[in-house]
Write a protein that binds this ligand. Structure first.
Ligand code: ZN
Ligand code: ZN
Length: 535
């Protein structure tokens, strides 16, 4: 066997040998083992022993961790199927926080403290922010509602004039149900039809094979703003849908990129409404963005506002303090002729499909809903034209304010909310500006609160219970207070190299599979070798 460290070998030959790490990663993927495990310290309170344990990264993106993305997708499919055609109201009671949830929140607090400390010392917080962002998603996925920090500031009260009007739509009396109506056939069969709806943004110019025919006239500015505010439009659609339907409509939706890179929405809706009504609701739904104007560049290039401690950002010429975010909003409220920064609507393409429980159609829709879940929005560009298109889109997003705290507000002469030293237009780290998000920074899966009785964590637990039940074993009760978890500081010498940890996980997985297969074989009274893939 040739040794890659053998310096006598030509360089090209050495490079052609797969790196051990890559091979191990491939093996891990084959076994469905997370390739970016997070090491954690765990105190077993029963034995008093600390140990280092790998937990899966849990990434929903294939580009980051294919095995975790695959598992995540399967769980989402199960969750979607579970709630779509419910026949009885889900019982919603807040659960006791599980060990996982409690740990996540503690961990989140630790990381936040370390991040703040780094910031205090003028350090780079990018990595910390990325971890926190991931954790917040995990915390929500673990079945906790809302943001761990809670609502930190009271919501501004806007003048009545600015409030979004309810569009002109029929309104039914609200019934206290989340289930749709049923239909009976003459022979007494009951049908509980549900809907599958696809909503798309308007056209920004003619597109061919996912790229504009004429990039110069394609409305990138509007496409960028539409993508940035898409999640608000979806919220409005749900509000209107419930108002018109007259019951507490539940949905499981996914936001996915179209080939032209605009976000669009697939939504499984429990219960049914006339197709024409859904189209009417989509057409009447709009969202106005009441933010200060960002259409006139005030500061640009080297001519930028200057930061002064205590005062905030100043006009570099006059030394005047720029209006703060709140002041800018007050000005907007006071101005009789003010226009919203942006108005967003859906396009004409609205697809509505009736779906019955347990049909091939329903399966097809669920596959559709989860098709792109493992891909980031800007992934999978096939042609040079598409890649150029994506680059122009990112360019259009560069100076567009993504949120009230976006440094880009300085370009338009306004201090961002929570302004601090070191901000510069065009250098926002918000994920909306990144090529993999293309303006849409919201959640990719939207599940209404009463979709099913279960959170994603419970679905995970379900699968485990199901396997054990199928094998005639009961899940052993676990003590939820048994373990105390702590993060492992970066560079901790007690963490073995990644390749070694991956191999260990693969070994554990193999052992578990073999064990399951054995139980299965015993249960079936069959020879194990007849079906080596039983588990
Ligand atoms: Zn992973
Ligand atoms: Zn931004």
């Amino acid at each position: 066997m040739t040794n890659p460290h053998d310096r006598a070998l030509p360089r090209a030959v050495r490079l052609a040998m797969p790196l051990a790490q890559d091979v191990v990663e491939e093996v891990a993927k084959l076994h469905g083992v997370c390739i970016r495990p997070v090491p954690l310290k765990r105190l077993d309170t029963h034995t008093g022993r600390w140990e280092i344990v790998d937990v899966p990264c849990g990434s929903p993106l294939e580009s980051k961790c294919p095995p975790c993305a695959k598992r995540n997708k399967q769980l989402r499919k199960a969750q979607c199927r579970e709630g779509w055609h419910l026949e009885a109201e889900p019982a919603i009671t807040p659960d006791e926080p599980t060990d996982e949830q409690r740990w996540l929140v503690e961990f989140r607090a630790d990381i936040q403290a370390q991040r703040d400390e780094a910031e205090c010392h003028g350090g780079d917080t990018t990595d910390w922010d990325a971890v926190i962002e991931g954790l917040d998603e995990e915390i929500n996925a673990a079945g906790m509602r809302g943001n761990v920090l809670g609502r930190t500031a009271s919501k501004r009260s806007r003048s009545t004039r600015r409030r979004q009007d309810a569009p002109d739509l029929p309104k039914r009396k609200m019934a206290h149900t989340t289930l749709g109506r049923t239909f009976q056939t003459p022979d007494g069969k009951t049908y509980r039809p549900s809907l599958f709806v696809t909503l798309t943004l308007p056209s920004y110019g003619k597109v061919k094979d996912g790229a504009p025919v004429d990039p110069d006239t394609y409305d990138y500015a509007r496409a960028a703003r539409d993508a940035l505010h898409f999640s608000k439009l979806v919220d409005r659609f749900v509000q209107n849908l419930r108002r018109v339907a007259g019951f507490d409509v539940q949905y499981f939706a996914s936001v996915e990129p179209q080939k032209r890179l605009a976000p669009h929405l697939h939504m499984a809706i429990r219960g049914t409404l006339p197709r024409a009504e859904i189209k009417q609701i989509a057409a009447a739904t709009y969202h106005q963005v009441w933010w200060p104007s960002a259409d006139q560049v005030v500061f640009d290039g080297d001519h930028l506002p200057v930061w002064e401690e205590e005062a905030g950002y100043l006009d570099p010429d006059t030394g005047e303090v720029l209006p703060t975010w709140d002041e800018a909003l007050d000005q907007l409220d006071a101005d009789e002729n003010a226009q919203p920064l942006h108005m967003i609507r859906f396009g004409d393409q609205v697809d509505v499909k009736g779906v019955l429980a347990g049909t091939k159609d329903a399966d097809q829709c669920i596959r559709y809903l989860s098709k792109y879940l493992t891909k980031s929005l800007g992934e999978g560009l096939d042609s040079q034209a598409q890649r150029d298109h994506a680059a122009r889109f990112v360019d259009a997003l560069r100076y567009e304010p993504c949120s009230p705290t976006c440094p880009n507000w300085l370009r338009y002469g306004i201090q961002p909310k929570n302004a601090k030293a070191g901000m510069a237009p065009g250098r926002c780290r918000g994920k909306a500006h990144k090529p993999e998000h293309l303006g849409y920074a919201g959640r990719r899966v939207l599940v209404s609160r009463k979709w099913s009785n279960k959170t994603l964590t419970e679905h995970k637990q379900d699968r485990r219970t199901w396997v054990l039940e199928a094998l005639g074993k009961t899940d052993e009760p676990t003590d939820p207070h048994r373990y105390i978890w702590r993060p492992v500081p970066a560079g901790d010498a007690n963490v073995p190299p990644l390749a070694m940890r991956l191999l260990r996980s693969v070994r554990e997985r193999q052992r578990w599979r073999a064990h399951m297969a054995e139980l299965q074989a015993r249960a079936d009274g069959q020879d194990l070798s007849a079906n080596p893939h039983a588990a």
